[in-house]
Write a protein that binds this ligand. Structure first.
Ligand code: URA
Length: 429
């Protein structure tokens, strides 16, 4: 068996066997298959897809590429969540302390930014001193002591996904259902949680652009969970427009802090998705009904316990819990409305590209992030604006921002028609 034969097989749209998938993942993890061959395979998978068996074998091979954390020494039902990736998606920074403050242990492994979407690990690393690399024992100890830990793919957990994720990010091979499903589920299975809530993003700023594909991705991940003995629930949420007001690593940490300080002032979509995901996680862990789960979530937000937990968590992982405000960037460019009217849509994909270009995300594997760069959405969907009003502010340390500014201008659709309110929660599975 060799990689060239396997690429050829997938290129001709034939199915790979379990043994072939295992061979490919083991040898790629050990650096015996080079990036250029794996890139070619990833593109063949993206174009020709994988059947359910191939996807399950790929997930299993990725889990087997490294250690699997045994969380059995942590008392209680361990619950985890994962998003398929969005713009301004800071939900993990919110739901993890919410659940932990309700005494539900959250042992979470998160990812870095991918394509135009941000990643929780990058956001957390924007906090001075915060470290995301905990060995398994430290990870377990922290969950036992604080009920919350969020780590990157450190140590030897799913090293195959770690390599593949970074490669997909820069080879145009992200938006494939089997690759996304196996990437997410391998991490979730290796990090040992009993129950997993998946936030499948759907719309212009998501890898799944419509409800049909989002549902297909959700079903694929539910079936992987069933095969591998994990309780999985899915909430499909809207990602046509960014979540909340801020896009960019440090800006999003600050927004998470503000949300936990006063959730009533938050942007509606961010609030709805946070409540839906936290309640689902609480329900999975405790078995209470939806109404009771929501009541508990709102209670912990209202009494300040979730905010206290957020600060405790940052400190426990070495971070400075007072370092939550983005530094002033060299340029702050106000993007103005080009006409009067109502804001119908703020295109999440364009906002994501705009912030990526100014360094909030990576264009190549070697890129170093600018944690303070990003976009603040000032005028939200549904709002009435006049020509010349400020729509958004671009925070950039780069001097060349023409394309980023143009992308923000183009992201706004402003017309005379009064917009119809859209729901952020599209489907619960
Ligand atoms: N999140 C992941 O962890 N992997 C993907 O492929 C996409 C989103």
């Amino acid at each position: 068996m060799n990689m060239l034969e396997l690429i050829d097989k997938k290129k001709r749209n034939n199915s790979l066997t379990e043994e072939e998938i295992q061979y490919m993942i083991t040898n790629y993890t050990n650096d015996d298959i080079p990036d250029y061959q794996m890139s070619s395979m990833l593109m063949a998978i993206l174009i020709n897809g994988m059947n359910d068996n191939e996807t399950a074998w790929l997930t299993k091979a990725m889990v087997d590429s490294g250690d699997v954390i045994d969380l059995s020494s942590i008392e209680g039902f361990k619950v985890d969540k994962h998003s398929t990736g969005g713009i301004g998606d800071k939900i993990s920074l919110l739901v993890a302390p919410i659940l932990a403050s309700l005494n539900i242990p959250v042992a979470k492994m998160s990812g870095r930014g991918l394509g135009i979407t941000g990643g929780t690990v990058d956001k957390l690393e924007s906090i001075n001193g915060f470290h995301v690399e905990l060995e398994s024992e430290e990870f377990i100890k922290q969950v036992n002591e604080h009920k919350i830990a969020i780590v990157g793919q450190s140590g030897n957990l799913t090293p195959a996904d770690k390599k593949l994720y970074a490669l997909r990010d820069v080879t145009g091979t992200v938006d494939s259902i089997p690759l996304i499903a196996s990437s997410i589920m391998s991490k979730k299975i290796a990090s040992g949680a009993d129950g997993i809530v998946l936030d499948v993003k759907c719309g212009k700023g998501a890898f799944m652009k419509d409800l049909e594909h989002a549902t297909e991705l959700a079903s694929t991940m539910i079936s992987i969970g069933e095969n591998l003995g994990r309780k999985v629930a899915v909430v499909i949420t809207d990602m046509n427009q960014p979540l909340g007001h801020n896009i960019g690593n440090k800006l999003e940490v600050a927004e998470a802090h503000d949300f936990l300080s006063n959730y009533k002032e938050s942007e509606q979509g961010l609030l709805d998705v946070t409540i839906a995901i936290s309640s689902k996680m609480y329900q999975l862990a405790t078995g209470v009904n939806e109404e009771e789960a929501e009541r508990k979530v709102v209670e912990t937000l209202s009494n300040g316990a979730a905010l206290d937990k957020f600060k405790e968590f940052i400190t426990a992982q070495g971070g400075d819990s007072t370092d939550i405000i983005a530094k002033n960037t060299k340029h702050q460019i106000e993007v103005k409305a080009l006409n009067d009217g109502y804001i119908q849509l703020i295109d999440a994909e364009m906002i994501g590209k705009s912030s990526l270009l100014i360094g909030a995300g990576r264009l190549t594997k070697a890129d170093i992030l600018d944690f303070d760069a990003g976009v603040k959405i000032v005028a939200l969907t549904g709002q009435q604006v006049k020509k010349g009003d400020t729509l958004a502010i671009l925070y950039s340390n780069k001097d060349e921002v023409t394309e980023s500014v143009k992308l923000i201008e183009d992201a706004y659709t402003i017309t005379n028609a009064e917009p119809v309110k859209k729901n952020s929660i599209l489907k619960i599975m």
